[in-house]
Design a protein around this ligand. Structure first.
Ligand code: CKP
Ligand code: MG
Length: 309
């Protein structure tokens, strides 16, 4: 297995038009979850991928399993008879203004436990990818992610972490307290500039360098339309974003991580990983949905008809 991810995947409802959710008449049903988006992203780029999580024994759980399996993801998800699959509502409040609303407290996914980690799956991966969201879901889910990281490290598996701070789930102080001790355990760290500022200050390059001093071999700070900056053994690098018309920014960071990890798996040098990551993110944000627009390897060659590689 190239990439194994661990986290919560929810059902997701998104409105067909712009305006307050209370006036929305029709919504599309899909699934959403940072870690499974990364799995789908790397899978579309040709790398075997697995997702470990927990779902309810309900229709939404069946939807999550069906969608992920349909994308070619190996799914390891226990059906919890005592808790529902989580739900996320997306709101297009006004043009360019999006909000997400979670219905995930006490969800099956938040009850993920270390016993849900199947023997040998994390251990045989090339990369384990986790995100800060799992640490915010509760003690059991956080412990599961910690155990997965420990097993990966013991087996020489590259550990990738996206800080993915969610103020709707926990406070800044709680996020820093939980995530700071992990930084010495990870090989690749992804953070938006806002997330990086929880830990350091200064320019994007300062942020990446400061976070790298806490342990990760590579730190990538994503800057949206401004591209990304990385600090690694190859020094500080900056790449511009691919200019596109943004349709839906949710999932941008996960798409970026998928593109980067694909480059890592291919053995690309750091600047090529970053360019691959920005290209994947550009295609993903110029389509509706968190993951639906993720490109295949062949589609990566063009965005809006332009050569982007
Ligand atoms: O940081 P991103 O916009 O890439 O993350 C989006 C994902 O998992 C989205 O899929 C959503 O379900 C979530 O983050 C979340 O739990 O907020
Ligand atoms: Mg993110």
């Amino acid at each position: 297995m190239s990439v194994v991810t661990v986290g919560e995947t929810m059902a997701a409802l998104a409105p067909d038009h712009v305006g307050p959710l209370r006036y929305t008449r029709t919504m599309g049903l899909s699934v959403a979850g940072s870690e499974s988006t990364v799995a789908i992203g790397v899978r579309r780029l040709g790398h075997p991928a697995a997702w470990i999580g927990r779902i309810g024994d309900d229709e939404l759980g069946a939807l999550v399993e069906m969608r992920l399996r349909g994308e070619g993801i190996e799914v390891y998800a226990r059906r919890d008879p005592d808790a529902p699959t989580g739900l996320m509502l997306k709101e297009r409040r006004a043009a360019g203004v999006r909000r997400v609303h979670y219905y995930r407290r006490d969800s099956a996914g938040s009850r993920l436990s270390a016993a849900d980690l199947p023997d040998g799956v994390v251990e045989s991966a090339e990369v384990l990818h986790v995100s800060g969201i799992t640490f915010a879901l509760g003690d059991s889910a956080a412990e599961t992610a910690r155990v997965a990281i420990a097993r990966a490290r013991d087996s020489g598996v590259t550990v990738s972490l996206d800080l993915n701070h969610r103020r709707g789930l926990w406070t800044d102080a709680d996020a820093v307290a939980a995530l700071d001790p992990l930084l010495s355990e990870v090989d690749v760290l992804f953070a938006s500039a806002d997330e990086a500022r929880l830990f350091a200050s200064g320019t994007a390059a300062d942020l990446a360098t400061a976070l790298r001093s806490k342990g990760p071999g590579t730190v990538v700070v994503t800057l949206g339309a401004e591209g990304a900056v990385s600090a690694s053994a190859e020094g500080a690098l900056r790449v511009p974003a691919v200019p596109v018309t943004e349709i839906d920014p949710v999932g941008a960071g996960d798409s970026f991580a998928a593109g980067y990890l694909s480059g890592l798996l291919r053995g690309d040098p750091e600047d090529a990983r970053l360019r691959r990551a920005t290209a994947v993110a550009a295609i993903a944000v110029s389509t509706h949905g968190d993951w639906e627009g993720l490109p295949t390897a062949a589609e990566l060659d063009t965005v809006d008809g332009r050569d982007i590689t």
